[in-house]
Write a protein of this length. Structure first.
Length: 396
């Protein structure tokens, strides 16, 4: 007798084609990039960046199926260099038979630099088309060489209406249970943009009753109350934006509220801490130069502690930065200096600022009249003489 294998509802409901896919219209809609790439037959390496349960794995599988590619899948949590090598070997054999391969790496940010470096030549020579998925900002977690060979695509949390659509479709597979529209709405709200969480919640709620799925069944299934992260439909990125703007406006109470919402939702504490470091330079700047030291210390504490203890340095730094005086002088100086550098790409470094490491260089005027002493002012200044535009870059 064959044993029946359990298949979660989220797996049963996984879309098989682009037309079945819910959400991410900017990628899979009529003029979406993924649909255009599939239509052109030119599948490029991609990095999907977005929160859990928004379709990263599903979209990779659909791309492979619709492009008629061999599909391989690894999780960076449990895979290593040997696993990559095995996939590469299979892909090379398939390539000799005229078949291209797509390798999907879930949580690619968990691969270390050496593992990511190992992928590079096989992505570059076309042995593999890479699709990586990450919940972390790839600018921080994926090496630049790999980023330059792949296009980063943002996937957004699903809207409440989209989750309602997914739940409504799924309930057709649930026999003998009824659920009111208001409770479908509640489940969609508590899932906070995550389709997998919504379907797992529905499946758990079904197991709690033989008849009607009530509000309490939904709350028990989701193990939460209706007062968490996405209660009002704000997305992950909207909440961090509100947090930053509250600190910028020196509203300590609002900043702490949004911080608490993120912490209760299990937001990665390093994500919050990075924003504090950026804020310390961008928004506090020279009004309180020590703020950067505080923010970096908070980040280091978060790295060492993790939840729940990391909540203390995050709260400490949030209060301090929100209460601090603000100055945009650093951000303004950065923008002006970058623009000046762009406008003067051919500007020549003055001879007197160049090191005279040989007698010949000294004869040509390198380091002429320069004195190695604090606050030395050379008569010819320090900026290139042929600059175009204002050189008034910083004002305190």
């Amino acid at each position: 007798m064959t044993e029946r294998t359990y298949q979660p509802l989220a797996s049963k409901q996984r879309p098989q084609t682009l037309d079945q896919f819910v959400g991410q219209d900017h990628l899979v809609g009529k003029d979406g990039l993924v649909r255009i790439l599939l239509g052109s037959g030119q599948i490029k390496s991609l990095i999907f960046w977005g929160p859990p349960g928004v379709g990263k794995t599903t979209l990779a599988r659909i791309i492979a199926a619709e492009a008629n590619m061999e599909y391989r899948e690894l999780s960076a949590v449990s895979s290593g260099k040997a696993d990559i090598a095995r996939v590469v070997g299979v892909a090379q054999a398939s390539q000799r038979l005229g078949k291209s391969s797509l390798l999907f790496i879930d949580e690619i940010h968990r691969f270390n630099k050496a593992q990511q470096d190992y992928l590079l030549p096989f992505v570059e020579d076309g042995t593999l088309t890479l699709v990586g998925a990450t919940t972390e900002n790839p600018s921080f977690e994926v090496i630049s060489a790999l980023l330059s060979r792949a296009k980063v695509l943002r996937l957004h949390p699903l809207s409440k209406d989209q989750l309602v659509d997914i739940i409504t479709r799924a309930r057709k597979q649930v026999k003998g249970r009824s659920i009111a529209k208001s409770n479908i709405d509640l489940l969609a709200e508590l899932a906070a943009g995550d389709a997998r969480a919504a379907l797992n919640g529905l499946e758990t709620a079904v197991s709690l009753t033989k008849k009607t799925i009530t509000k309490q069944h939904i709350l028990d299934a989701m193990q939460t109350s209706a007062q968490l992260y996405d209660k009002s439909g704000e997305e992950h990125y909207n909440t961090i934006s509100a947090y930053i703007k509250s600190m910028r406006g020196s509203d300590v109470n609002a900043a702490l509220f949004y911080l608490a919402r993120m912490m209760l939702a299990g937001e990665d504490p390093k994500f919050i801490a990075r924003r504090l470091v950026i804020f310390a330079s961008e928004d506090v700047g020279m009004a309180a130069p020590h703020a950067l030291t505080l923010a970096v210390a908070a980040f280091q504490a978060v790295e060492r502690l993790g939840y729940p203890e990391a909540e203390y340095p995050l709260t400490h730094a949030t209060i301090a930065l929100a209460k601090s005086k603000k100055s945009r002088s650093v951000a303004n100086a950065l923008a002006k200096s970058k623009q000046l550098a762009k406008d003067n790409r051919q500007a020549v470094v003055p001879l007197h600022l160049r090191n005279a490491v040989t007698d010949m260089m000294q004869d040509f005027g390198y380091q002429k009249d320069y004195k190695w002493q604090a606050d030395f002012k050379h008569p010819n200044g320090f900026l290139p003489h042929d600059l175009n535009g204002s050189t008034d870059l910083y004002r305190s």
